[in-house]
Structures are given as C-alpha cells and as structure tokens.
Write a protein that binds this ligand. Structure first.
Ligand code: ADP
Ligand code: MG
Length: 438
C-alpha cells in the first residue's frame, strides 16, 4: 500500500516522500480513505504512529479540491490542547502542504496576538489553534468560523483533562452544522467517547492498536528508590550511562524547577518546561532540547502529549503520574516512529499504588530494580490505597499539589456537568468559560 494507492494527489505524495515516508502507517492507511470520503471519524492509535499526517493529508486534499478561485475563507480548524503541540502540528501542515496552494497558520496564547491577527486577515485555509486564544481572536472578530468545512480535535482526551470542553463547544457553536468532524487521540476514555457523541455524526471508528497501549519497542524499567534520594539517583543515572538526551517528568512545576537547578549544579545542562514559564522560555527550552544544546528537559505533563522529538531515547518519570493514562502519554515521547526507547520510572513507597494502576492499564508488570547504595528505606504508605484493597492505609486522597502539574487546570475533571454535549444541539453556546487556559 502506498500513499498514492490511498487516493492522495501527486502534490501530497511528493511532500511526504520528501519527509522520507516510504509508506503509510497503519492508522494513515485506515483513516485517510474515510476522511477523503468526507466521513466523520473517531480515531485511536498509539502515540508516535503518524496521526498528524493521518488527518492533515486528506484534509489538505479536500481543501485543495474545493478551493474557491478568488478568496480564502477559513475552512479547516485543528484544535490542540497545548501551544507546543499546536506549533508542531502546524509545522507538519506546512511541510505536507508544500506543493498545494493552501495557506496555513497557527495561533496560541502566551504570545502577541497582533501578528496572528494580521496573518488571519491575509487569508488562511487551515488554522491550527489552542482553544482559549482562538476564542479571544474570535471575540475580536479576527477570525470567522462560518465557513468551516472540517473540524479536527487532536489529542482530544487531553482537551478534556484540561477543561477545554466549554471552549470547544463555544467554538463549535459558531460553525455551520454541516461539516466534517475528526477526532484523534492516543487514549480513549469513557468521557471522551461521550464528548465524541456530541460532536461527531455517524463516525467511523478507526483503531490500530489495543486502546491505551504503548509503543512496542519501549522497554519499561522501575527503580525502587526513596523519595529524598531521587535527585541524586537521577544524576547518577545520567552520568553513569552517559545519556545525551533525556526527558524527565515531574508532577509539579515547583518540582520541575528544583530538579532543573540541581541538575545544572551538578554539571548537567537542563531546562524546565511547564505552565508557569513564559511562552518564550518554553519555546526556547524545547528548541535547545531538540537541537541537543541541553541534555535534559524537565517537564510537567504539559509536554507529555503529542510532542514529537525524533529518536528521543530516554524518558524518566521522576515521579509517577497519578493518572495512569498520563504514563502512556509520557512514555509515548520515546520509541516514536518505530525507534527503540527506554522508559524509566523512579518509584518510592508512596507511589506503589500508582504503579499498580499503570500496570493494570498496560496489562503488563513493570520490571522493578533496586540499585546498590539506593536501597529503599522509606515506609510512607501509598498516596492512594488500592480501590480493591482492604483499605488498610486509610482513604488518604492524592494530595492536591500532585494533581495539577501543568499550570493549566485541575486534572481529570471532565466538564460535562451542566454542559453535557448533546447529540442534536450543535448551536449551543454555554456562556463564558470560567477560565481561559490559553
Ligand atoms: P502521533 O500524532 O500519532 O503521536 P505524529 O503524527 O507526531 O504521531 O508522528 C510521529 C513521527 O512519525 C513523526 O516524526 C512523523 O514525521 C513520523 N511519520 C508520520 N507518518 C510517517 C510515515 N508514514 N512513515 C514514516 N514516518 C512517519
Ligand atoms: Mg499527535
């Protein structure tokens, strides 16, 4: 099967060939023909399997085929949960559209809106955006959704976690009812399926791997280590193994800053990326990390979704996420496009239950190791007692500081209540969102 066999035009085939793609990935093979036919789809495939091209290529083709000779209303909108992901998806859109007469742009918060407004005024066919900034621009009449033919939600589950549902519904309320809707995600929770019901129409479900599975070539390793020894252990790991590019996840912004400082003090170049950093600092940190001018990027979960760092060999969970799906996304940053990767987690006694939940989700036991000199002595009980257990540790709730690590929201709070997407109601507009995230 080739890209041409899927029905893509020569102009698009040429662009992907220049990217070095020789054949479509499984999700591309399955999704592209449906999208070309104009169908709504709900697509799930493991991280790093080429979902971006899976929706971008057929959408570009449809846009090119139906282009108005004289003017360029905005006809396709891609919504993403984070600014970094928006920028990355737009980079892809630009590359894939190199040989078609389609203009694209990206808008997100944290940066000056003026150039964005100017770009939008100059005429754009396909826009990649984060929801908050997009609504601001819409309020300022810098953009119209009246001619939208296709709406794409990338990393849709993350949008739920980040409380974007109201914003998304509001954006949708300004669109024509007759349009194509595409929803892409790596994980599919019940909540996301509910959201899908409110947006998609007779969607085709496209799936290529068991839901919530991680890339096959990623090996998982757990080191049992005391909480207070984690920093020292991390430094040892990096130095002993002479690692060159490591993405480290912490649960909190503060934790990310602290670890970054300690790494730098010990002579390891590092930068932190999280929601309290300016957009300039975030972009710079990511760029320096990608071009290897720093060794370590310390991130909260904001960086976990969708970022594509080619050949990123090591992901370290300095702390385990308290939402098991986040583990899948975090480690999805390694082992991309079939490359091998290693996912390492430092687990202290308080995190044992998180590990159990992750193992349950992955249906796989993570191999645990104890390193000489770092034998765990902690006895602090798990932060969350197993739901099924006898509850001997009491019902200690996960600490509130642990929950919100990306500077955007309280996590895991799908905002359905009072704003449940209805199957028929396309024109809903549920008032101003409580909080803008972008
Ligand atoms: P996902 O959104 O599924 O996590 P991406 O769209 O970010 O994955 O793609 C992951 C990586 O795979 C990117 O570096 C992309 O350029 C590459 N890629 C996408 N499609 C192909 C293909 N058909 N062949 C080879 N590499 C591909
Ligand atoms: Mg993606």
């Amino acid at each position: 099967m080739t890209f041409k066999d899927l029905g893509l035009s020569q102009a698009l085939v040429k662009a992907v060939e220049e990217k070095g793609y020789t054949k479509p990935s499984p999700i591309q093979e399955k999704a592209i023909p449906h999208i070309l036919e104009g169908k709504d789809i709900l697509a799930s495939a493991q991280t790093g399997t080429g979902k971006t091209a899976g929706f971008t290529l057929p959408v570009l083709q449809r846009l090119a085929e139906t282009k108005h000779p004289k003017y360029r209303p905005l006809r396709a909108l891609v919504l993403t949960p984070t600014r970094e992901l928006a920028a990355q998806v737009h980079d892809n859109v630009r590359e894939y559209s190199k040989y078609v007469d389609i203009k694209s742009a990206v808008v997100f918060g944290g940066v000056n809106a003026k150039p964005q407004i100017a770009t939008l005024r100059s005429g754009v066919d396909i826009l990649v955006a984060t929801p908050g900034r997009l609504l601001d621009l819409h309020d300022q009449k810098a953009v119209s959704f009246k001619r939208i033919d296709v709406l794409i939600l990338d990393e849709a589950d993350r949008m739920l976690d980040m409380g974007f549902v109201r914003d998304i519904n509001k954006i949708i309320s300004f669109m024509p009812t007759k349009r194509q809707n595409l929803m892409f995600s790596a994980t599919f929770s019940k909540d996301i399926k509910k959201l899908a019901e409110g947006i998609l129409r007779n969607p085709v479900s496209v799936e290529t791997a068991p839901q919530n599975s991680t890339a096959k070539k990623v090996t998982h390793k757990v080191y049992k280590v005391d909480k207070k020894k984690k920093t020292e252990f991390t430094i040892k790991l990096i130095k002993d193994n002479n690692w060159k590019q490591i993405l480290i996840f912490t649960r909190t912004k503060h934790g990310a800053n602290k670890l970054t400082e300690k790494l730098i003090k010990s002579g390891i170049s590092a930068a932190a990326i999280h929601g309290n950093k300016s957009q300039g600092a975030r972009t710079k940190a990511l760029k320096n990390f990608k071009d290897n001018s720093i060794k370590v990027l310390v991130a909260t979960d904001i960086a976990a979704r969708g970022l594509d760092i080619p050949l990123l060999p090591h992901v370290v969970n300095y702390e385990l996420p308290n939402v098991p799906e986040d583990y899948v996304h975090r480690i999805g940053r390694t082992g991309r496009a079939g490359a091998a990767g290693e996912a390492i987690s430092l687990v202290c006694s308080e995190e044992v239950e998180y590990q159990n939940e992750i193992e349950k989700l992955l249906k796989e036991k993570l191999k645990s190791t104890i390193v000489e000199g770092f034998e765990p002595t902690d006895t602090a009980p798990p932060k969350r007692a197993a739901t099924q257990s006898k509850g001997s540790f009491g019902k200690k709730k996960r600490s509130s500081k642990g929950g919100s690590s990306n500077g955007n929201t309280p996590k895991r709070k799908p905002h359905f209540k009072g704003n449940k997407p209805s199957t028929s109601g396309r024109g809903r507009s549920s008032g101003a969102p409580k909080k803008r995230h972008d």
